[in-house]
Write a protein that binds this ligand. Structure first.
Ligand SMILES: [Zn+2]
Length: 477
């Protein structure tokens, strides 16, 4: 156990963190300048169900192939396992406390300086987002520097969720409109950035692996073969969220549990196929090689670990660990960074990589040294917060991680439940509890929790229609 303490101050010296894999420095110049940028956010995709993150089943050949020619961060945590706050952290480099949105359905208080603002200001980039769920309705994303925001379909304005294929179709149409479509044969350089055509920054959000689990039957069969239990081929949000009732959870047999994870895997495979088609199309358009690509998750998903299903509420490892892959323009050689990083680090990384002058002091750190094969400076600890419950404002949760250890505190009306343990293992430690108030780590946790409780966020109302939609997706205040 490698902890050291200084006189009541929460200073944590982390030793024994795995060093990043040493690789040859990339061939790119110091900063990339004006390039096209594709950001893909994968909603509800737990990292350990992807082949490139060690999963044994063939869920993700396209994402694995991308990781093979990119930098893959092996140990990544989100800031808060709730869609809107987590995305706002990814897009702004601000913690949920800093950007002020700590639950779904809450409008940001104003303009949030995002990566899209920076790309517009610095390079005149054209910016757009296509989101796939009502929790990321354009009205929540209005102050993020996006020229265009697409959600749903004009023909079905009330839709709650949009399939991956539709997200890709809309994104490619936007590229067509900008002149980044297919160009005629022999027309050299048509795919590149030029004075008359500024770069693009396109964000595509994919929600397919979120509840409900209803993969195409043909894909489902590849993963669920042999199941003969009573669960159907479509598992609703209500059913899956309802498993948090201990009687419902207790009624599942081992085969049922496996089957639920199988359907989730089928959802990943279906999404991965669409992403593979997208990557192929971008290659066909001549855009791929010079494209900066980031694939990152907003949070994971629990499947009954420690009796918990879903995300948001508990800070279990499957819930807070996400994939994060970054392909630099021209990169063809993959590398793996084992050092712990956070989704909070994306914006500072892009800022340095693209040579953008930064006026904000961001808490995240640039991961560019890791892209160059250098060791990252050790960080004391990572923080993941639980969402805010407006009707129970004192209900808070926080996880702190350092090295192989993790501290979790859930503050509820009846008191605070503290846990301390090793991160790895079944259930990601929350199942075991060898917390002891006399150990020094307890102080760090107590301080972090007191800090959270001392800063109560705004409580802006969620309109009734949104409340229904959020409830339908399993987000009930
Ligand atoms: Zn989400």
């Amino acid at each position: 156990m490698n902890w050291a303490w200084g006189l009541g101050v929460a200073i944590l010296v982390v030793q024994g963190c795995a060093a990043p894999q040493r690789v040859e420095p990339a061939e790119t110049s110091e900063s990339l300048g004006a390039i096209n940028f594709l950001l893909i956010t994968l909603d509800t995709l737990r990292a350990d169900h992807l082949g490139s993150y060690g999963y044994a089943r063939p869920t993700s050949p396209a994402l694995d192939a991308l990781a093979h020619e990119a930098t893959r961060f092996a140990d990544v945590t989100c800031s808060m396992p709730t869609t809107l706050p987590s995305h706002l952290t990814i897009l702004t480099g601000l913690t949920p406390r800093e950007h002020g949105v700590r639950r779904n359905g809450e409008l940001p208080g104003g303009e949030l300086h995002s990566i899209f603002h920076r790309l517009k200001d610095r390079f005149g980039a054209r910016t757009a987002a296509v989101t796939a769920a009502r929790v990321l309705d354009p009205k929540y994303l209005g102050g993020l520097g996006l020229d265009e925001l697409f959600f749903g379909d004009d023909a079905a304005p009330k839709v709650r969720q949009v399939a991956a294929s539709e997200v890709v179709r809309r994104g490619l149409r936007w590229l067509d409109d900008l002149g980044f479509g297919m160009h005629s044969e022999g027309e050299e350089g048509a795919a590149g950035v030029s004075a008359s055509r500024p770069p693009f920054a396109l964000w595509l959000h994919f929600f397919d692996t979120h509840e409900p689990y209803d993969p195409e039957p043909a894909v489902a069969r590849r993963f669920t073969g042999g199941y003969s239990g009573s669960l159907g081929t479509e598992l609703s949000v209500d059913f899956l969220v309802g498993l948090n009732d201990s009687a419902a959870d207790g009624s599942l047999g081992a085969a049922d549990r496996r089957y639920i994870a199988d359907l989730y895997d089928a959802e990943i495979a279906e999404l991965d196929r669409v992403l593979g088609d997208l990557f192929t199309e971008l290659r066909r358009r001549g855009l791929w090689d010079d494209l900066l690509v980031v694939v990152i998750g907003d949070h994971g998903q629990a499947h009954g670990e420690d009796g918990f299903w879903g995300h948001g509420e508990r800070l279990l490892e499957p819930v807070i660990r996400v994939p994060f892959v970054l392909k630099e323009p021209g990169q063809r050689t993959g590398r793996v960074v084992e050092s712990p990083v956070e989704t909070l680090d994306l914006v500072p990384t892009l800022v340095e990589l693209l040579g953008i002058e930064e006026s904000l002091k961001l808490r995240g750190r640039s991961l560019v040294p890791a892209l160059r094969g250098e060791e990252l400076e050790a960080r004391a600890y990572r923080v993941v917060e639980r969402r805010f419950y407006p009707k129970e404002p004192l209900r808070q949760g926080v996880a702190l991680q350092a090295g192989g250890w993790k501290l979790v505190a859930y503050h509820e009306a009846e008191g605070t439940d503290y846990r301390l343990g090793r991160r790895e293992g079944e259930g990601g430690l929350d199942g075991e509890d060898f917390f002891n108030r006399t150990v020094p780590e307890a102080r760090l946790l107590a301080e972090a929790l007191a800090d959270l409780r001392g800063q109560r966020p705004r409580d802006s109302p969620v309109d009734a229609g949104d409340r229904e939609l959020l409830r339908a997706l399993g987000y009930v205040d």
